[in-house]
Design a protein around this ligand. Structure first.
Ligand code: LR7
Ligand code: MN
Length: 566
């Protein structure tokens, strides 16, 4: 109190008044420090003038037909060169984004039959958009698309949360744009005092929201025709359904709104703790157009009943930065009695960037740490698989305290991870269950089977590499009861030139079918009547099939062998 000079006041009513004022100031100050109150921006007249000139300058640069109908846009001359440089630097052609109209038109990307659906909706949505150093024109295009593509009676408000961006345009200029160019629309802009990471920024937005439904979007999206109706309608029907639109690709180089035709994907995950896409069958006439259950979600774009969001445990507030919150929420929703669904008739474009244009405070691996948190809380014994990839995170003090999240799981009487796997995601391959063998697979000369650092969704040779003295994930393979020599979603497949590649598992046996003979340790491919051989293969080279000779190069020893299963 002394610091505010309050106690010197003698008169009792003054004293009371000042104490109250001090307490108020103190609370306000503390809240600000903790980042819970944004600094309001009071624009002074000179600034207003400057912003107006800046906006007019910007508006002059807009080329009215560029990127119309969501088509690919191209620039010429200096703009082209600068645009390409920007793409390399921030993974987005910012020059182009600044030239394309903020309210550009888009084609209706939906399956033709979606146009026949009628929706009954009475609930209103709060659309929450969070951002850290995003390009102003991309943020504004997101806002414009929400306004243009949503019927006014379904939109309660748009809530913007600036996660303490250092880019000045996202402070005063953005506020000025809203005040002058989007006057009359209910858009609330919050500025967090300190960078809180996307999880806490979303929580901030959710706390400020008053709509019946919360819809979260990344700050570089474009909503399309009738995107919001099917999301809200489904929540009206089933309040514990959490919904994801089809997420189309907006190309970072030319802003083309591109679709995958009528086919779409659902959400999966890898045991290393990453989100992945699962392809649906491609036949357009057989595609389901009503909401389809999805094991996980990508995380950035989803709709949820506001009250249910809080009942089901909102987010893990101790998750920092970026990553992990999407799988945490997916597992939690399913395990605790809700549903996660993809809505094929709701489509929103998202700019997919090749890398993060921003850095993280202290270069912390927030994705790893956050995933370790969720593994401990939600995955029961199955967390062993994640920690095989990240052994240093298992008992790492950086994970922090988990008591609240474990209590939440108990309070909500959530089901086990085993239940989730069996009932929600039965296709998910568990590398040490229903397998004849798994682990490191050794052959002659201290060499081991190795995926040669194959990326998540690529195809590449199955090779050998010097055996590591720890269990490296590149060397962890399973031989499933279906006869697949397998790693997550990749299976060893033999080709007619006798090369062996890792390709996507198709579960139809054929060239992906292997028989293991524990007596002589050969891996036999019945389609070609040949054996897997490392003869003549160099370190990090691809393997071949060869006539079976039962010799060292054709002997493969798994760390774990389930002898009773043979
Ligand atoms: O510190 C930060 N503070 C923020 O406010 C870091 C980021 N952000 C904002 C950022 O400006 C953006 O608006 O958070 C939003 C998401 O960040 P992106 O766009 O860099 O993330 P992403 O699209 O690469 O990643 C996906 O996974 C993330 C995991 O934490 C989030 O859940 C993202 O929302 C999510 N995006 C999508 O689901 C869109 C589809 C992409 C896919 C697959
Ligand atoms: Mn994004």
């Amino acid at each position: 109190m002394n610091t505010f000079g309050c106690i010197r006041l003698k008169r009792i009513y003054f004293k009371t008044f000042f104490i109250a004022a001090c307490v108020f100031l103190l609370i306000f100050y503390m809240k600000r420090l903790s980042g819970h109150i944004g600094n309001e921006i009071d624009l002074i007249p000179e600034e207003l003038k400057r912003f107006e000139l800046e906006l007019q300058e910007y508006e002059k640069g807009i080329m009215p037909l560029l990127g119309e109908n969501g088509e690919a846009a191209n620039l010429n001359g200096v703009d082209r060169v600068n645009g390409e440089a920007a793409l390399k630097k921030v993974a987005l052609n910012t020059v182009l984004s600044d030239r394309v109209p903020l309210n550009r038109t888009l084609k209706d990307p939906r399956h033709r039959k979606c146009r026949e659906f009628k929706y009954k909706t009475t609930l209103k949505a709060s659309v929450i958009i969070i951002f850290y150093n995003e390009l102003l024109s991309a943020v504004l295009r997101t806002i414009w698309s929400v306004i243009l593509q949503s019927p006014a009676n379904l939109l309660r408000e748009i809530i913007l949360v600036n996660d303490a961006s250092t880019d000045d345009k996202l402070n005063g200029l953005l506020q000025y744009y809203l005040d002058t160019r989007l006057k009359g629309h209910d858009i609330k802009l919050f500025h967090l005092k300190h960078r809180m990471g996307l999880i806490r920024a979303r929580l901030h937005g959710a706390r400020a929201a008053s709509g019946d439904v919360l819809i979260f979007l990344d700050a570089h999206c474009e909503a399309t025709k009738e995107w919001i109706e099917p999301l809200i309608a489904r929540i009206e029907e089933e309040r514990t359904a959490v919904l994801v639109p089809i997420i189309d690709v907006i190309e970072a180089n030319n802003l083309a709104y591109s679709t995958n035709g009528d086919s779409y994907q659902l959400g999966g995950f890898t045991w290393s703790g990453h989100f992945t896409w699962i392809d649906m069958q491609k036949d357009s006439d057989k595609l389901t157009l009503t909401p389809v259950k999805s094991p996980t979600m990508a995380g950035g774009l989803f709709a949820i009943d506001r009250k249910y969001f809080w009942e089901i445990g909102s987010y893990d507030e101790q998750m920092d930065g970026w990553g992990g919150e999407n799988l945490e929420m997916s597992f939690r929703i399913w395990q605790c009695g809700g549903r996660l669904e993809t809505v094929p008739c709701s489509r929103v474009g998202h700019i997919f960037r090749d890398f993060h244009p921003y850095s993280f405070p202290d270069n912390k691996d927030t994705h790893g740490i956050n995933t370790a948190r969720l593994a401990h809380v939600w995955m029961d014994d199955y967390k062993r698989l994640f920690f095989m990839y990240q052994p240093t995170l298992e008992d790492n003090p950086m994970i922090g305290d988990l008591a609240h999240r474990k209590q939440l799981r108990q309070k909500l009487r959530c089901k086990s991870f085993k239940w989730y796997l069996e009932n929600v995601y039965p296709e998910k391959f568990v590398p040490d269950e229903n397998v004849y063998a798994h682990g490191q697979v050794k052959t002659k000369n201290e060499m081991c089977l190795d995926d040669l650092q194959l990326g998540d969704d690529k195809v590449g040779p199955l090779g050998v590499y010097m055996c590591h003295d720890f269990l490296a994930m590149t060397q962890y393979f399973s031989l499933s009861f279906k006869g697949e020599l397998r790693k997550e979603n990749h299976c060893a497949e033999a080709f007619s030139n006798f090369n062996v590649q890792l390709t996507e598992c198709h579960s139809h046996k054929r060239e992906q079918f292997w028989k293991y003979f524990p007596e002589n340790r050969t891996l036999y491919n019945p389609s070609f009547r040949k054996c897997l051989s490392s003869e003549g293969v160099k370190n990090s080279g691809g393997l071949k099939l060869d006539f079976c000779k039962k010799k060292g190069y054709q002997e493969w020893t798994f760390t774990h062998l389930n002898l009773t299963a043979f």
